[in-house]
Design a protein around this ligand. Sequence first.
Ligand code: NAD
Length: 303
Amino acid sequence: MSAHPPLIDNKHSGETPDLPRLETIGVIGAGVMGVGLAHALAQSGLRTLLIDISDSILESALGQIRNNIRFQRLFHKNPGSGPEEILGRIKVSADYDILRNADFVIENVTEKLAVKTDVYRRLDQICPPQCIFAANTSAIPITRIGAMTRRPARVLGMHFMNPVPLKTAVEVIRGYHTSDDTIATAARLLNLMGKKPIVVGDSPGFVSNRVLMLTINEAIFLVQERVAPPEVVDDIFKNCFEHKMGPLETADLIGLDTILFSIEVLYDEFKDSKFRPCSLLRQMVDAGLHGRKSGRGFYSYED
Ligand SMILES: NC(=O)c1ccc[n+]([C@@H]2O[C@H](COP(=O)([O-])OP(=O)(O)OC[C@H]3O[C@@H](n4cnc5c(N)ncnc54)[C@H](O)[C@@H]3O)[C@@H](O)[C@H]2O)c1
C-alpha cells in the first residue's frame, strides 16, 4: 500500500452500471442538518429513514420539514410534490433497527467524537455490510471515522451545506481507505438529489471549514474587542466583498454550538493556537445563544 492517500479527482459521473442499489437512505440525527437532508432526499423521491434519540425530537423534525416544504412552495413556479407526498417517504424512529436494510446512511449527529464513535459502532453492527456510511461532519477527519467501523473502504465524508435543499454542491471527502466505488456511489446519490460533488482529500475541517471556522472565530474576536458590532462586521463582507451573508450571520445559521465544537476539533487536531475558540463564542454557547435554532445568537430571531 502507498504511504500516501490516493489522489483526488473530480471526474466521477456516478454512471457506472453495476454500482450498488440506492433506494433506502438512512439519516442519523434530526437537528439542523438532518431535517434539511431528510427533506432533500425525500423530495428527490428516495425512501428516507430518519433517526434521533427521542420521539419528541423526531416529531418536531417532521413539523419543521412540513413548514419548510410549504415555505419553499410559495416561491416556486413549479413546486413539484406536496408536503404529504414528500413526508410519506420519510419514516422516523428512535430505534436504529429500522436501518437493517439501508443502502446508504448519512450521519449528522452532534459534532463530538464520543457521540459519533458510539453511533458508528451501532451502525456497523446493524447495517448490511455493503451499506455505505457518509459522515456529514464539520471537521472530524474521515479516516478516523472510517477506523470506528469494520468497513473503512465504505466510509466517506459528505459535507452538506445549510440549508440542504437549497445548496447545489457538496464537499465530498475521501478518507485514506475510501474506495473509488464508494466515491462513485456518493456521486450518484448527489446526482439524484440534483447536487454536484466536489471531491477533496482528508484533513481536519477539510477545505471549507479549515477556512470558514477561522474566519468566523476571528469575526467574533472583532466583536469581543469592540472593534465593530456584529452588523458592521457583516456589512463589510456583504457590501465590500459582496458576499451573500456575513460571517456572523453564517455563524447564527450554522449554530454557535456547532461552530464551537468544530473549532475545538480543529484546535485538538492541529495543536495550533490559531484555532483557539474566542471566549465570547464559548460564553454565548454556555448562555444558550446558539443562533437561529435557539432564537438568539448574534442577532435575534424571536418574533
Ligand atoms: N449546522 C450546519 O450548518 C452544519 C453544516 C454541515 C455539517 N454540519 C455537521 O452536521 C452534524 C450535525 O449538525 P447540526 O447542526 O444538525 O447539529 P444539531 O445540534 O442541530 O443536531 C444534532 C442532532 O443529533 C442528535 N443526536 C445526538 N446523539 C445522537 C445519537 N446517538 N443518535 C441519533 N441522533 C443523535 C441530537 O439529538 C440532535 O437532534 C455535525 O457533525 C455538524 O458539524 C453542520
